[in-house]
Write a protein that binds this ligand. Structure first.
Ligand code: ARG
Ligand code: ZN
Length: 844
């Protein structure tokens, strides 16, 4: 049951209106639908199939006459008139036993929904596809204080409420929430002077965690007006926090639903990183109102149309609210950690996939983050002004439509006159292009020769050249910028670019601002990297030079040589001392590439990575850094202290990040003394958690760990951190045992995805621990995936990705992982979600 992009056909009917009535009851909710259909003039096909899963059909009628449809596990089929008609149906569903958290389900006594991508079919019979759009009127009957749905409130009575959404939308944007909730309310006046009521709905007890999310929402509304000219279009905007949620959040029209971990925040329970992420996710979901809701996707293959664009928009927002270079660097760190392994492994797929079994498996870093990078490239190629014009045209031309990537590219072609057919390969070709760089200098002319190559990926043996914008600047040997950033537009397999009139051979700074999601392969020496680390004027590329040095050092240390490169240590020392640099930037400079990333590098260099050796190399390098920087660490730590009252802004967060990086090194020298002091004095979660992490790393944190639990045992979001941190900080040979012990803890409420991910996300993220040669990590994860799958296929399938890099490792590890993959695959009634993931990871 694979679905293909090429098989797209429009539905035989249009939906003119939807009317839904919900009679809420935990085990037997009645959903009555009255839907006006009319023949779709775009097609002759009048077959009438409605999606529907796990529904008990009580009655169905067409124009008031009872009908008896043919029912399967996927939906129903019945003969329908070739003329407008009204469909009515009554179904019964069981929200309390809906553990998959898709459709209508319950979380802590509250009803809520998640319909994207194909969850609406678990609520009632419907053409559950994004190109079928309609206006919805919803009546909720239920004995609960708060009853919410999309759009504007129409009427409210004792035990019922009615909502109307005037904007046509696909069913995946439907939402309903009912529960005992309290609102943090505010309002926003739009650019044309309309007042919008804003509410953030939470469970009683969480009221003190709403203020930050509300501010983020108002900033997002303002930013979208100022930057994209997009105004909000309803009288109310509601956000609800839910504890049981498979993903981060959902952009349902006028009623966004959030994983509580992605919206609730307070200084004493949330870290700076939590605050920044929450601000970005609130923005992301809000921005979907235009890029996703007003203009939606024709089919799920076009998912990147809304997700890539909306991620791009939320990253622009964060860059504007905070520090643009810091945001760019953290986005690249994230891309390399999550998207590169996907793009270069068995799960590799194009930004616009061409087939799938389960669409939920394609909410990936490739669709989202690489999808956003593709938009960034397009903007760089056409320029800011043309980008703005193209977006205006996109909104004007396609408002109210369900669109494709072709529609998206066409507005750029129409605005710029460019032919984007080659650029479109970014949407169809999977795999990360590699860019080989060669240089030549003679008589004042410097020539860069670039060669692109993309390795075969599953289903795509041959790759064509892509359009790659390569931002390049040149520095003179004494460190001045002699050629400022220029974008070389690469279209061929191999291409040369010349720069004339240079007094001496320059040092190139290539792929500034990470202008394309590619891997630069350049034969270069340590000295040149050190030079760029000291002199590059592009903040991203300066960081990149340091990162490359750190990687080089770690690779050498992990494969034999035990001493760090002096160039690296010198460079870092100079940077750390430079107080003109943003503390956040210096903190990033002190960061090291992840161990999984290093394993990937070794694998690509033809060396089988040894996770234990990589772990030791990282520990040794940190020890060496600590010793080398010993004299300046107290100073840096002191500089990083914040005197003002806590604020999760860029400036304070940057200081705390630098302080945490310093404390990590200090703890390697003082056995945790400073960290213990910080823990005692901490008046916010950022300082408390970073201190606890250092103490656990130094193996002296038992008392604080217990105290932390005691202090926070009633706060589920903090207890998630408590679970996570212990596993992240466990020594490699202990990680699986620590995780296993935690699964026996009474607070291991494993059916809640956040708690499941706290444990197993942390285990998979502890590279050396997960890949410990005992195989205990593999075994434990597989046990729990098998256990979770019957209840929650979506979260199970997502966690299967922990195994996606398995072919990098030695034969022994590969054999152990293959055995676990086969064990999962052999589980009776394995879900389609997990089945597809396991078979793709396992490969042919
Ligand atoms: N559209 C949501 C977002 O990006 C993600 C929801 C995905 N849900 C899912 N079940 N696949 O904001
Ligand atoms: Zn999204």
């Amino acid at each position: 049951n694979t679905v293909y992009l090429k098989d797209y056909k429009s539905f035989g009917y249009l939906v003119d209106q939807v009317h839904l009535t919900f009679d809420l009851s935990p085990n037997a909710t009645r959903v009555t639908s009255r839907i006006a259909f009319s023949p779709n003039p775009e097609t002759e096909d009048r077959s009438f199939f409605l999606h529907g899963e796990k529904l008990r059909l009580i009655r169905a009628a067409i124009d008031g006459t009872a009908v008896s449809p043919e029912i399967t596990a996927e939906g129903l089929r019945v003969a329908a008139p070739d003329a407008p008609f009204v469909w009515e149906a009554e179904v019964e569903i069981d929200p309390a036993n809906n553990t998959a958290l898709e459709g209508l389900y319950m979380s802590n006594g509250m009803y809520c929904t998640q319909c994207e991508a194909e969850g609406f079919r678990k609520i009632t019979y419907y053409p559950d596809r994004p190109d079928v759009m309609s206006t919805f009127t919803v009546r909720i009957n239920g004995d609960l204080p708060v009853l919410l749905s999309n759009g504007n409130p129409v009427q409210r009575g004792e035990g019922w409420a009615e909502w109307h959404d005037p904007w046509p939308k696909p069913a995946y944007l439907f939402a309903l929430v009912a529960g005992d909730l309290v609102a943090h309310s505010d309002s926003f006046t739009t650019i044309s002077g309309k007042s919008v009521d804003l509410n953030l709905w939470v469970r009683p007890g969480d009221e003190h965690k709403c203020a930050f999310g509300m501010e983020a929402l108002k900033k997002s509304m303002k930013w979208d007006e100022d930057t994209y000219g997009r105004e909000y279009d309803l009288d109310v905007f509601n956000i609800v926090a839910v504890d049981d949620f498979n993903m981060g959040a959902m952009e349902n029209k006028g009623l966004n639903i959030f994983n509580s971990s992605c919206v609730l925040a307070s200084p004493d329970t949330s870290t700076d990183a939590n605050f920044e992420r929450i601000e970005a996710i609130i923005a992301h979901e809000y921005f979907h109102n235009w890029t996703g809701n007003r203009i939606t996707c024709r089919d799920w293959f076009q998912l990147c149309l809304k997700e890539g664009l909306t991620v791009f928009r939320d990253s622009q927002f964060t860059s504007d609210m905070r520090s643009a270079p810091v945001k760019r660097i953290t986005d690249v760190i994230d891309l390399r950690a999550r998207q590169f392994p996907e793009d270069n492994g068995p799960l590799s797929h194009p930004v616009r996939p061409e087939s799938f079994q389960e669409i939920n498996n394609f909410y990936t870093a490739t669709v989202y983050e690489k999808g956003a990078e593709v938009i960034g490239m397009l903007k760089r190629l056409v320029g800011d002004a043309a980008y703005a014009e193209a977006l205006d045209l996109y909104f004007a031309r396609h408002d109210g439509q369900a669109c494709t990537i072709e529609d998206w590219l066409k507005v750029f072609e129409d605005v710029t006159g460019r032919d984007l057919s080659q650029f479109k390969r970014w949407y169809s070709q999977s795999g990360t292009p590699r860019l080989k760089v060669e240089e030549e200098f003679s008589e004042g002319t410097y020539t860069l020769t670039l060669t692109q190559h993309t390795d075969p990926t599953p289903g795509q043996p041959d790759k064509q050249p892509q359009v790659i914008p390569v931002a390049v600047g040149l520095l003179s040997p004494n460190g001045d910028e002699v050629v400022p950033t220029r974008v070389l537009e690469m279209t061929e397999g191999t291409q040369s670019f010349t720069f004339e009139g240079l007094a001496a051979k320059p040092v190139p700074s290539i792929l500034r601002d990470f202008s394309a999601p590619v891997i630069v392969e350049r034969e270069t020496d340590t000295a040149e990297r050190a030079f760029l680390l000291a002199h590059d004027t592009d903040p991203f590329h300066r960081w990149e030079a340091g990162r490359a040095l750190a990687r080089e050092t770690l690779v050498e240390m992990a494969t034999g040589d035990a001493t760090p490169l002096p160039d690296y240590l010198d460079g870092i020392r100079t940077l750390l001392r430079d107080k003109s640099l943003d503390p956040a930037y210096r903190a990033l400079m002190l960061g090291l590439p992840g161990q999984s990333e290093l394993a990937g590098h070794l694998h690509e260099a033809g060396i089988t990575p040894d996770p234990a050796a990589i772990w030791i190399a990282v520990e040794d390098l940190k020890q060496a850094l600590a010793r080398d920087l010993q004299d300046m660490l107290p100073d840096i730590y002191a500089e990083a202290q914040v005197d003002a009252p806590y604020a999760p802004d860029a400036e304070q967060s940057g200081k705390r990040a630098l302080g945490a990086a310093a404390l990590d090194l200090i703890s390697r020298l003082d056995g945790g003394k400073q960290a213990a002091a910080q823990y005692e004095a901490a008046d916010n979660m950022t300082l408390q958690l970073s201190a606890l992490g250092c103490l656990l790393g130094a193996e002296t944190g038992d008392a604080q760990l217990a105290a932390f639990y005691d202090q926070w045992k009633d706060d589920r979001l903090v207890i998630d951190k408590w679970f996570m941190l212990q596993i992240m900080k466990a020594k490699p040979d202990r990680a699986a045992a620590v995780a296993k012990a935690l699964t026996e803890h009474p607070d291991f409420t494993w059916k809640t995805p956040n708690r499941f991910r706290a444990v197993f996300g942390a285990l998979a993220g502890n590279h050396a621990g997960f890949h410990d040669s005992s195989g205990a990590g593999y075994d434990l994860l597989a046990d729990w995936l098998i256990r979770l799958d019957p209840l929650n296929p979506q979260t199970t399938a997502r966690m299967c990705t922990a195994f996606q890099t398995w072919k990098r490792y030695d034969a022994g590890r590969q054999e152990m992982i293959a055995a676990q993959l086969d064990r999962i695959a052999a589980t009776p009634d394995l879900s389609r979600d997990a089945g597809e993931m396991i078979s793709r990871i396992r490969g042919a």
